[in-house]
Structure formats: C-alpha cells, structure tokens
Design a protein around this ligand. Structure first.
Ligand SMILES: NC(=O)c1ccc[n+]([C@@H]2O[C@H](COP(=O)([O-])OP(=O)(O)OC[C@H]3O[C@@H](n4cnc5c(N)ncnc54)[C@H](OP(=O)(O)O)[C@@H]3O)[C@@H](O)[C@H]2O)c1
Length: 227
C-alpha cells in the first residue's frame, strides 16, 4: 500500500482527499488542529508547519500540501506583511515540507507531490495581487522541482476556482453570493471539495505516473471559456 502524507487533512479539500484515499492508501496527516475522523489516517501529527519541527518519516510515496490563503484586498490596502504571510504559507511552507521529506520521497516508489495554485494566476482578477503572486511561486516550484528531481519524484499542481470550503466561507456566505458565483462561471457551477480531491488522488496515483511539471486548471470554464 502506498504511503502518503497529507498536510492539511483536517478540513476542506484535504479532508475530502483523506476520505477518498483512506481505503487504498496508508495516510499520515499533519495539521494544527486534530482530525474529526481518525478512521481515515494511520497517524496524525498536530503541528504548525511554519513554526514546529516536523516529524521524521522514513519512506513516502506521496505528499499533498493543502495549506493556503485567500487574502483579497484592493492593492492600496495590501501591506508588505500581507504579501509576506501569503508567500510564507503558500510557498515557504511547501518548501519546508518538501525539503524535510525529499529523502523519504526518494525512498518511495514513483513518488508524487501535489500542490495547490489558483485560477487567479492565469486570469487577472481584481484584489488578488498578493495571493496570485504567492501561487505563481507555487507553480514555479512545480516546474523547477519537477525538472530537478526527475525521475523519481513527480510534481504537479491543481489550480482550482472557488471551492466550497471554510477558506472560501466569506465569499460563499449566503445563497445570493453562491448563486452569483455560479453565474460568473461559464459552466454555471463552482467546485466542491470532492471535485478537487478526485483530481489530487489521480495525480498521486500511478494512473498519472507519466505526468509531471503540470498545472491543472479546475476552472468551471472561468479561465478557459468566453461565452
Ligand atoms: N477554497 C478555495 O476556494 C480555493 C480556491 C483556489 C485555491 N485553493 C487552494 O487549495 C488549497 C486547499 O484549500 P482549502 O480550501 O481546502 O483550505 P482549508 O479549508 O483552509 O484547509 C487547509 C488545511 O491546511 C491546514 N493548515 C493550514 N495552515 C496550516 C499550518 N500552518 N500548519 C499545518 N496545517 C495547516 C488546515 O488545518 P488546520 O487549520 O487545522 O491547521 C487545513 O486542514 C489551498 O492551498 C488554497 O489556497 C482553494
């Protein structure tokens, strides 16, 4: 059974992923809070990836890094601290985790790493300057590390549009806002955590073993279609 580390399985996309993967994978989870459902993982570590030492793991076949941010403000209100914090959780946190477990992933077979970007990297969106800059860094990491650590470890990212998780709760806070968000998308829908988790599971699995260095837009048409 492949062994996969999920950073951020306590909520949102990572939680949906733990549910999907629990029967076919041995899962290890890291997040600040504990998990509601420990049935899905073999071991959980409560730690803050930005502050704490990370647990030692000898061998891994996959790693999914879920922590991220949605920090939307007009450019004049974005402080240097906002830019630094977005960069820290989205890029430096992923760097810390990948560096810590690079050897473990090398010890695994056909290892795969999945990171998360956003549609706002490809499509210019007002108020997204800080998060788009940070996620562009995530996409660059996928390309650079995909090249540097190939063959042996694959790197891919998923760039979702708005997904109904606690991270997006302000944007989807009532039925009117949800309806408006559906209407903005050419496919008249936004994403549920499971939609994104299914793609992440594919990218971790051997079904995608010839795919690396790619960014997959799950965009409900918002980047791809103009209709
Ligand atoms: N939701 C969207 O609309 C959307 C759209 C585009 C891109 N994305 C990206 O998709 C990814 C997943 O998003 P999501 O909506 O599932 O996020 P989420 O609901 O906020 O879940 C994030 C997970 O990461 C963990 N986490 C956060 N900070 C951590 C830290 N410092 N140390 C350890 N664990 C930490 C959280 O657990 P604890 O809080 O317990 O630590 C949680 O389990 C993110 O990178 C996000 O930027 C999301």
């Amino acid at each position: 059974m492949k062994k996969v580390l999920l950073v951020g399985a306590s909520k949102g996309i990572g939680k949906a992923l733990a549910q999907i993967m629990s029967e076919s994978y041995e899962l290890i989870s890291i997040s600040r809070s504990s998990l509601d459902d420990l049935d899905n993982v073999s071991v959980h570590y409560s730690c803050d990836i930005l502050k704490d030492d990370l647990p030692d793991i000898e061998k891994l076949d996959g790693l999914v890094y879920c922590p991220g941010s949605i920090n939307l403000k007009p450019f004049t209100r974005l402080s240097e601290t906002d830019f630094k914090e977005d960069f820290e959780i989205n890029v430096l946190g992923a760097v810390k985790v990948i560096q810590k477990y690079q050897k473990a992933l090398k010890n695994g077979s056909d290892s795969s790493v999945v990171l998360f970007s956003t549609v706002a990297v490809k499509m210019g969106m007002p108020f997204h300057a800080s998060i788009a800059v940070a996620k562009a860094g995530v996409e660059a990491l996928v390309k650079s590390l995909g090249a540097e650590l190939s063959p042996g470890i694959r790197f891919n990212a998923i760039a979702p549009t708005i997904t109904d998780t606690s991270l997006a709760e302000k944007i989807l806070r009532n039925d009117a806002m949800k309806e408006k968000m559906r209407e903005r998308h050419p496919m008249k829908s936004y994403l549920e955590p499971n939609d994104v988790a299914e793609m992440a599971e594919f990218l971790i699995s051997d079904k995608s073993k010839k795919i690396s260095g790619q960014v997959f837009e799950l965009d409900c048409g918002i980047v791809t279609f103009k209709i």
